[in-house]
Write a protein that binds this ligand. Structure first.
Ligand code: CMP
Length: 137
């Protein structure tokens, strides 16, 4: 079925000038860009987005990182795009993410408290609807 997902190019990806390369991979895969915006999220937005991680050791560093600069939020559509984008992104830890994925090709460990891993993709249809509402509405 046609799905929509939220993709974020996180502050490290934007700062490193990788937004275009990441968009190119999404388009080359055949997914449709439905909407796109540059967002400087405040703490309230991020607390909502990352509610499931509250209390984890990387939670505060994660919010600080996500407030360190703008992210590019993208509404992406296609059949099975939620699974498909997570496959394009690669696993969470960029050190071991497979080459050929966004994180595997462009990411690495910078020795920081938070894993800077360039992109976010929703992990289920429920998360996608929730997260698209947070970043777009
Ligand atoms: P993402 O999966 O998009 O959302 C949660 C983020 O927290 C994740 O990307 C990483 O940026 C970060 N993260 C997840 N696990 C860890 C960890 N064990 N240590 C540091 N940062 C993490």
């Amino acid at each position: 079925a046609i799905e929509e997902t939220l993709v974020l190019v996180k502050p490290d990806g934007v700062a490193r000038g990788l937004t275009g390369a990441i968009l190119a991979r999404i388009e080359a895969k055949g997914y449709a860009l439905v909407d796109i915006r540059l967002v400087e999220p405040d703490r309230d937005l991020l607390a909502e987005h990352y509610a499931e991680h509250e209390g984890k050791p990387f939670y505060e560093p994660l919010l600080e990182f996500m407030m360190s600069g703008p992210s590019v939020a993208i509404r992406v559509a296609g059949n099975r795009v939620i699974e498909g984008f997570r496959s394009l992104a690669g696993t969470t830890d960029p050190t071991s993410a497979a080459p050929g994925t966004i994180r595997g090709d462009f990411g690495r460990d910078w020795g920081l408290a938070v894993q800077q891993n360039l992109v976010h993709g929703s992990d289920s249809p429920e998360s996608a609807q929730r997260e698209l509402g947070i970043w777009f509405d």
